[in-house]
Design a protein around this ligand. Sequence first.
Ligand SMILES: [Ca+2]
Ligand SMILES: [Ca+2]
Length: 325
Amino acid sequence: MSYSHFPKKERGIALLMAILIVVLATMLAVSVGTESYMDQRRTSTIMALDQAYALGLGAEALAANVLIEDSKESTIDSAKEDWGTPINLPLDEGTGDIKGRLEDLQGRFNLNNLLKLDGTKNEAAVKQFERLLEILGLDRRWANITVDWLDANTTAEPPDGAEDSVYAGQSPPYLTANMAITRTSELMFQVGMTKAIYDKLEPFVSALPAGTGLNVCTAAAEVLDSLATTRTQFGNNTNTFTSNRANGCFPRLSEVKNDFRGDPDFDKLIATYPDYLVETTNYFRVNILVTLGSTELAMYSVINRFGNGNNAKVRVIQRSFGTPY
Ligand SMILES: [Ca+2]
Ligand SMILES: [Ca+2]
């Protein structure tokens, strides 16, 4: 029986059904196709990330090896040495590249040094941090706020510290860490801290174990100037500073000590902690960026180097992905 033998009304319904079936079949086909495409994409992204991670670990091992070799050459660490040269390794057939840069974390002001090893406030270090904040155009009160964040007690440092009573009043309420920090981004929890303030401060601070020294060969001009009350000699002569640094360790430890001695705050800083200033570094961070096709992996590893000369060893003590802190 041909289609034309159906009554006109039934022919309409049959046509509608046929169209509906075609629509449903198309929707099903598209859905299956999309899912399978998404599955493929997800799998290839996971595989690329795995591969990028393995390459990142390779770059980290390379950086660790550079540091081991470096310790055999001299006890002075300046960015003029091999470790200070960034690497850029192209991958086979233009599939991507690995970029890596070692950074001396002991060239920054260590926030955990705001307390002495016995957990009490290191007045001289607090004064140094206050000066650093001032040099950077930031409020000095962040020094006492950070002391309270670190110290074990819940008594706010006069006049502008902040302890649990302040943080408990926030929404949502929380408490101070009351212990040493392992990442500088903890500052972002401090009441009143903004991203703009943090971004200004971050390049100059670190969160290393309390008692870790400051390497004068790699410290920023701002950090060096903060060592004594009235010093601006490095920050005010950035061109001279940069050209002197290009030749190796500058300033030398003996120069800083001779030059700054007599400044009451500097003398107190050294009296509190005689080994505060150093020329050798034990904590580096390697910043790695692996590009593999359209996949990018940013990896940041803190490397602790210990032991001297031929006996030097390294260990990775922290890894972050996507952001260095
Ligand atoms: Ca506290
Ligand atoms: Ca306190």
